[in-house]
Design a protein around this ligand. Structure first.
Ligand SMILES: NC(=O)c1ccc[n+]([C@@H]2O[C@H](COP(=O)([O-])OP(=O)(O)OC[C@H]3O[C@@H](n4cnc5c(N)ncnc54)[C@H](O)[C@@H]3O)[C@@H](O)[C@H]2O)c1
Length: 255
């Protein structure tokens, strides 16, 4: 895909995503919306999840891959299958995450390891495997879902906050190491967004209203709020943007 000429008016493929080969890891609310938006932009998309029902409900244009991304062998299997299906990977979107809302004093070792493996180690295992091919190819875009919890100290979010803060730093180091190879690495950091990750918690009496009151924009996030920022960071328009954590939070981190 040719880079956009400087000063040229936007074209139908302004993002330069047509024909790009994309692996989306995690097909919950945000991952599924991004997979569909990337397919809309003309990309060839494969998407992976451990949950077969979520895979089955994906946009029909998306190639489905089953795997446990909380394990190194699961990540390797998914990357191998994506490479076989697509012939290469130009873009990685990481949207895998779990959260056990528990005070630190009650977090078990098993819970700690599980959240770290699924949220942070999966980013390392996938980013490293996909990054190797991108560095060789001299082109790549990696976009990770971090969180406002990587910055703010939400109670009952110890392991989750540690993984999102750690993810921000992993993104910055990969960005620095691969910048000279044409590979950019960035994150989006959503505020509370209505998906299966948050819905149960938000449905408790008064919780949705409380979190909404903390957002200057006056509402919680929707998955469609994430697709534009993710597609931009995955695009040729973001060639000189790397190591960035883009808060998509309606101003939540301003207060
Ligand atoms: N929804 C929010 O409010 C919010 C806010 C900040 C950050 N995020 C981040 O955005 C990303 C996407 O979250 P979401 O809101 O779409 O959540 P979601 O629960 O809808 O989706 C997460 C997906 O990860 C998958 N997954 C979990 N464990 C897995 C494993 N071991 N192997 C493979 N897949 C696995 C789940 O099956 C699910 O499809 C996550 O990284 C999350 O931390 C979400």
């Amino acid at each position: 895909v040719a880079p956009a000429a400087q000063g040229a008016a936007p074209t139908a493929d302004w993002l330069g995503l047509a024909g790009r080969r994309v692996l989306v890891a995690g097909t919950g609310g945000i991952g599924a919306a991004c997979a569909a938006a990337l397919a809309d932009a003309g990309a060839r998309v494969a998407a992976a999840d451990v949950d077969r029902e979520r895979l089955a409900s994906l946009d029909e244009r998306v190639h489905r891959l089953h795997g446990d991304l909380g394990r190194p062998d699961g990540c390797a299997k998914v990357v191998d299958e994506a490479l076989a299906a697509l012939g290469g990977i130009d873009v990685l979107v990481h949207a895998v995450g779990i959260n056990h809302r528990t005070p630190v004093l009650e977090v078990t070792d098993d819970d700690w390891r599980h959240v770290l493996d699924v949220n942070l180690s999966s980013a390392f295992w996938l980013g490293r495997a996909v990054g190797a091919g991108m560095v060789t190819a001299g082109y790549g875009r990696q976009v990770y879902c971090s969180s406002v919890s990587g910055l703010l100290a939400h109670p009952d979010h110890g392991p989750y906050a540690a993984t999102t803060g750690g993810l921000n730093q992993l993104v910055r180091v990969m960005a620095r190491e691969w910048a000279s190879y044409g590979v950019t690495v960035n994150a989006v950091a959503p505020g509370y967004t209505e998906t299966d990750l948050t819905r149960h918690h938000l449905d408790a009496p008064g919780v949705r209203e409380h979190y909404t009151s903390l957002v200057p924009a006056g509402r919680l996030g929707r998955v469609d709020d994430l697709t534009g920022p993710v597609l931009f960071l995955a695009s040729q328009q973001a060639a000189f943007v790397t190591g960035h954590v883009l808060y998509v939070d309606g101003g939540r981190t301003l207060v």
